[in-house]
Design a protein around this ligand. Structure first.
Ligand SMILES: [Zn+2]
Length: 90
């Protein structure tokens, strides 16, 4: 299965693994390819460290979601330039 990815703009492999993203899951899987999702998983660690986000806190989890939507171009706009400057994909 291929997906037209909104992040990289290419037809990519779709995500098959469960993401545990609740109601966002269907949207992410319909719009984002597997390699961009992998990229986000690396980015997520950077975001959490950079902003010292506490995932036990609902505001913290919201913050991560906002960054995820911005990173994957799912409509949210936040300033992530600070994190992206330091981000080096493996
Ligand atoms: Zn992609």
């Amino acid at each position: 299965m291929a997906v037209q990815c909104v992040k990289c703009g290419k037809d990519g492999e779709s995500i098959t693994a469960p993401l545990f993203m609740g109601r966002l899951e269907a949207e992410i899987k319909a719009k984002v390819c597997q390699s961009c999702w992998k990229e986000w998983e690396g980015m997520r660690v950077m975001v959490i460290n950079e902003y010292q986000i506490n995932l036990g806190d609902e505001n913290g989890r919201d913050m991560v979601k906002k960054h995820m939507r911005a990173f994957l171009k799912l409509g949210e706009v936040v300033d992530i330039s600070k994190v992206q400057e330091n981000f080096k994909p493996q």
